[in-house]
Design a protein around this ligand. Structure first.
Ligand code: PEP
Ligand code: MG
Length: 768
């Protein structure tokens, strides 16, 4: 028997040999889509490994009578089995065939008769379980993937590690809960060449800024695609007619840098040679070819696709494809320009459609943000998160840099503010105070105020999160929100409440640091600012819970606010003076925040609850509760009073916290994962290791939910992971009470939860 199968021999029905992911690759190849080449180490190879090494009985023995609800025991058995697999070598003939095939992959020769010149290439080694992606039991995303693997020994080790990942605590738990026989689930390991991207980019099969379904948008840069998302490089922009594949627009931008993989598998930022910087990245043939592939993917999956692609040696590869986030086309009327007789000053890309005329305010640096008055046009090299308040005041936004997925584009679309990105020269060509018209729908900046003809009204499609509130789930689906002015829009998602309001954006809007209000003895102004913001949210979500998190301001993030220069310089602000520890050191800030909530409560907004960030000690909770009482509300009785579980410490002392008395806990998985895994959440280099689905994080969550149930304390999540289906599914199985997602993910999470709940009910029925 052959231990491996080349991808080109796989088909849609190859699940028994190559698992769900392998069969999917087979399907893509049947459609003649260019996926990077590779081979599957078959599921039968794994079966033979278990047999020849005689470890199967040992594994089954360890699993015998295992109570999967006993998290500690489950973790320890899972670890023992994984250790057993990675430390049991494969039979020699298996090792040799995998190594030989890997070398063939490197030398691009795929016939045994070909003379192989050994060449080691970077590959991804992915697990592909044979039960994966079956409608009955979704095992998706549970097993390991290893990127940038190079060297034949390392490939064999990675294959073993994939096999071992069939026995993570989570996988064992799922199989037991779904009545799957452990010995019947096999696993294949897919060894796939990593594209060494000379060029790459993204493609949307629907125009994301206008929602026009007949257009395909492609953005392209040199090197790896990461720099597009960060908005660090201005990508070329190509607009293609989906039907005719005619190229409607080509905009070539200056691309100074590119990210390239070096020999060690690390990404390196390199200067693009001068003569290439302003050259078009893709030629017409490649643009049309990409558009053809995009259309094919959309037709095949029946939904608009968001595609990542890469080019190596002039060959185009599809690296990833997923459905564009659910948006419902909502038609609004906006006045448009009758004809364009004005003088064109600049051209750029439509990040958010609309037309607006007003005065230019150039902001080179966040310290100049105060210049932006309501209705001004913000002109800046590139936006950053602390510009959001100024962006909200702006009537329109024009940037030098960035593409469709950069920060400015995402935020302005969310706010519905006309925005043109990637103009390259806006900050040089425009003058402070000069009146311009931003015709964002067409990506043009005109001199002066252009007459808007009332008769020439054009319908522009605006993306609004779709409301699927008619789907009833036992687990409440809430939303996370930061911008009070978007409360009604966010409430339109039909969410069951707000699981997290970060006060920081409201504070940044007021442009004074909370500590500065206190220094100036202006706590009342702080209370007023908070009340104004929170009231809008509480009103939009009337009769639904709205959990306000007390301020959690890291010392390095708000230096641009008034008084921000007095913030301490800390070695590591992420684990520094912020959250409850800071609020108790500066109790006047915390008291003002409680006071704002109390006054709103008195106005009748009794749907507001309080959430304490970054708790590590029971005393912190005790002191905060004491202060709430002093302000005039009895915690847990008159007001929902809870904590964020963001530190391993909080998980360990959860029983004491419950005993002290709280209404709810909410998992802040961004920090919890960071602190559990020891991985800085902002470190791009480690992003591939940052996973909320790590068994350690899941173990902590499971333990906390169990304990909270004992004390009738409600559980929730408000970290980014709440917007991920695999986490939502895990939480439903653990019996979480509510899940908070980003506004644009509410719909998807509601469906995931409904499905997971149904499955739980069916399982329970089956066991009766
Ligand atoms: C978290 O840590 O998961 C969280 C929601 O808080 P923040 O992202 O604001 O740190
Ligand atoms: Mg946090």
């Amino acid at each position: 028997m052959s231990y491996v199968v080349w991808f080109k021999e796989l088909r849609k029905d190859s699940i028994p040999t190559a698992g769900g992911k392998g069969a999917n690759i087979g399907e893509m190849l049947t459609l003649h889509l260019p996926v990077p080449n590779g081979f599957a180490v078959t599921a039968q190879t794994y079966g033979e490994y278990l047999e020849k090494t005689k470890i199967q009985p040992k594994i089954l023995k360890l699993l015998e009578n295992l109570n999967v609800e006993d998290t500690d025991k489950l973790q320890s058995v899972a670890q023992k089995i994984q250790d057993l697999i990675v430390s049991t070598p494969m039979p020699q003939n298996m090792v040799e065939e995998i190594m030989y095939t890997y070398e063939m992959l490197g030398s691009e020769k795929q016939k045994a008769s070909d003379l192989v010149e050994p060449k080691e290439v970077f590959v991804a080694v992915r697990s592909s379980a044979t039960a994966e992606d079956l409608p009955e039991a979704s095992f998706a995303g549970q097993q390991a993937t290893f990127l940038n693997v190079k060297g034949k020994e390392n490939v064999v080790t990675a294959v073993l590690a994939c096999w071992a990942s069939l026995f993570t605590a989570r996988a064992i738990y799922y199989r037991v809960k779904n009545n799957f026989d452990h010995s019947k689930v096999l696993i294949s390991a897919l060894v796939q060449k990593m594209v060494n991207a000379e060029k790459s980019g993204i493609m949307f099969t629907v125009n994301p800024s206008t929602n026009h379904a007949d257009e395909i948008v492609i953005e392209a840069i040199y090197g790896l695609g990461e720099l597009i998302v960060g908005g660090e490089v201005n990508p070329d922009f190509y607009l293609v007619d989906k039907k005719t594949r005619d190229i409607k627009k080509i905009e070539v931008r200056k691309k100074d840098y590119g990210l390239f993989r070096n020999d060690k598998g690390e990404n390196e930022k390199k200067l693009i040679p001068k003569d290439k910087q302003e050259r078009q990245v893709l030629n017409e043939k490649q643009i049309k070819e990409l558009a053809r592939l995009g259309k094919k993917l959309e037709d095949h999956y029946g939904k608009p696709q968001d595609i990542e692609w890469a080019v190596e040696k002039e060959e185009v590869f599809i690296v990833q494809t997923r459905a564009v986030t659910t948006f419902k086309a909502h038609t609004i009327e906006r006045p448009d320009i009758a004809d364009e007789t004005g003088k064109i000053l600049l051209k750029g890309e439509t990040a958010s459609a609309g037309v607006y005329a007003g005065p230019v305010r150039i902001v080179h640096d966040p310290s100049e943000l105060h210049k932006i008055q309501k209705g001004d046009i913000l002109v800046t090299p590139m936006t950053t998160p602390d510009m959001v308040p100024a962006m909200q005041r702006a009537g329109a936004i024009v940037t030098n840099e960035g593409g469709m997925t950069c920060h400015a584009a995402i935020v302005s679309r969310e706010m519905g503010t006309p925005c043109i990105v990637g103009t390259q020269h806006a900050t040089d060509l425009l003058k402070d105070g000069e009146i311009i018209t931003v015709h964002a729908t067409r990506g043009i900046v005109y001199e002066g105020k252009i007459e808007i003809a009332a008769t020439a009204e054009q319908k522009i499609e605006e993306a609004l999160p779709q409301s699927g509130a008619d789907l009833v789930t036992a687990t409440e689906i809430k939303v996370i929100m930061d911008l009070p002015d978007f409360a009604s829009k966010t409430a339109a998602t039909g969410a069951d409440g707000v699981g997290l309001v970060r006060l920081e954006i409201m504070i940044a809007n007021g442009s004074i640091h909370p500590a500065e209000y206190v220094r100036q003895k202006r706590e009342e102004d702080y209370v007023h600012l908070l009340k104004e913001g929170i009231r809008k949210i509480a009103k939009a979500f009337v009769h639904k819970p709205v959990w306000i998190r007390c301020s959690d301001m890291r010392s390095d993030e708000y230096r641009n606010l008034q008084g921000g220069d007095k913030e301490p310089h800390e070695t590591d602000p992420m684990i520094g003076w912020h959250g409850i520890r800071r609020l108790l050191d500066e109790p006047k800030i915390l008291r003002a925040e409680f006071q704002a909530v109390k006054e709103l409560h008195d106005e009748g907004f009794d749907n507001i609850g309080i959430m304490l960030p970054f708790i590590i000690r029971t005393e912190e909770l005790k002191k905060a509760k004491e202060m709430m009482r002093e302000v005039g509300l009895e915690p847990c009785k008159e007001i929902d009073f809870g904590i964020m579980v963001e530190t391993p410490a909080a998980c360990w002392i959860i029983e004491d916290i419950c005993k002290e008395g709280i209404s709810f806990v909410s998992f802040g998985t961004n920090d919890l994962t960071q602190l559990t895994l020891g991985i800085d959440r902002n470190n791009e280099r480690l992003a591939h290791l940052f996973s909320e689905m790590h068994p350690a994080v899941l173990g902590e969550i499971a333990k906390v939910i169990q304990t909270c149930k004992k004390y009738k304390v409600k559980t929730s999540i408000c970290g980014q992971a709440g917007s991920k289906p695999e986490m939502a599914e895990f939480l439903v199985r653990q019996g979480v009470d509510s899940i908070s997602a980003n506004a644009d993910a509410v719909e998807q999470i509601r469906h995931t939860v409904a499905k997971a709940e149904k499955k739980l009910l069916l399982d329970a029925e089956r066991k009766r």
